[in-house]
Write a protein that binds this ligand. Sequence first.
Ligand SMILES: Nc1ncnc2c1ncn2[C@@H]1O[C@H](COP(=O)(O)OP(=O)(O)OP(=O)(O)O)[C@@H](O)[C@H]1O
Length: 510
Amino acid sequence: MEILRFDVRYALGLFADERVWIAAGNTLWLATLSWLLAGVLGLGMALLKTSRTRLSRGAGAGYVWFFRGVPLLLLIIFIYNAVPQAIPASQGFLSDPFNAGLVALVLSGSAYMAEVYRGGLSAVSPEQRDAGRALGFGAVPLQRFVVLPQAFRVAIPGLGNEYVSNLKNTSLVSVISFVELTLEGQRIYSGNFLILETLSVIGVFYLAMVSLFSGVQAFLEHRLDVRRDRRPPASAPSAVRPVPVTPPLASAKQFGPVVLEARDVRKKLGGRLVLDGVDLAVRRGEVCVLIGPSGSGKSTLLRCLNRLLTTDDGIVLLDGEPFGYRLNGGEPHSEPERRLAARRRRVGMVFQRFELFPYLTALDNVLLAPRHFGTVGGADAVAYGLELLRKVGMADHAHKFPHQLSGGQQQRVAIARALANEPEIVLFDEPTSALDPELVTEVLQVMTTLAAEGLTMVVVSHEMGFARRMADRVLFMDQGRIVEEGPPTQVFEAPENARTRRFLATIGHD
Ligand SMILES: Nc1ncnc2c1ncn2[C@@H]1O[C@H](COP(=O)(O)OP(=O)(O)OP(=O)(O)O)[C@@H](O)[C@H]1O
């Protein structure tokens, strides 16, 4: 009894059949082109769906809802048969089954890909975006240099999945007589009735194309994965070069004019008044250290100072000019985003959790902003970046990625990055509180050197030793207000305010 009737010679012969290869080429071309176009359109839809304006969000959401909801087969038939009837001008283009299939696959595929991208976009933390904005990037460079490179890496597996699904979906275009693999197979077996052999060979072609793509995807993922095992950098890193410790500043330090000023700044967050009328003026060359209990509003104040947060009331001035606003007839109006971004370059910021861009080396993190703004270029750029890294004792680690560095090293690179725009003032938001105790010293040493060199700094810190040694002025914040300020000796040794005394007693500095 015959168990399986399979004509092996015929099946092998099909691999040399020109018709099958042409159909495979058609399939591959339609799948690849539609996937690429859907990738671009899908990204646009994802950006719309995550944008700040309600209208854009609604448009993106509506698009995804509609094209994910309509069956692809229906869409193909509709575009091929109904649209040319309704819009005669489209007849020339859509009467070609390839074009009609392409349009349907792009519309449907982009709706799915928009969701894949959206997953990638939401994986980029708000802090990473803040780090980009703090470097002076406006909306477009922020997307280009900070958000999309990270979102794209997260989205690759999903986008690859979409390609595979798209490749198989091309078989639906056979319904409008586009000669792709499935239709060609049907045509061949309808002449010889060798259905099993023909469909098996067609299946092998699909599998081969999917395998080829999976190989390309795996290669791409490997290339873009900065965390994969890498050989050590050419110049093997030596031991961390110690940063010279600078002695405490002479008390007779001369300060320049006021660089950054907050006047009666108020800010509500989550319905609570977090800043309740803060006045602060920082003079050129001055080191101000903000101390105070947790939740007193220190970090919020810093973020208002460089306009990462808007204030509800009051005003911030940079070099005597309103920062983030324009005064029109005495009334403050928001400054256009581009101008605000450009001015923000003059205020550097160092974050508690470093916020280095994970897909860039230490050197590229430092050079990202100056290269983009064209302040350095070519070989000069590398020398400039290395010089900054040398300043923070990190030149030997220039080609390492953030995950290859300790917390203290990452923070030192982040300080170099904040200096790269040559800011007039640098804000430090608890730069050592995410570090293990043994790593705190190396970061404080760098900050001490910068203070001694005359950098204007506002530092939120719980490091009272640093505040005592390096601050020109210590400001104590409580419940959204600066309740006491003065030279460290006065604030630490003879605090006037009862709340300051209580706070210092709690942390062991009475
Ligand atoms: N996005 C937000 N939404 C709602 N409340 C917020 C938000 N950000 C901060 N807050 C609240 O504002 C208050 C001040 O926070 P902030 O981080 O400025 O304090 P802080 O003095 O820096 O504290 P810490 O030393 O613990 O960092 C806190 O009560 C905090 O919970």
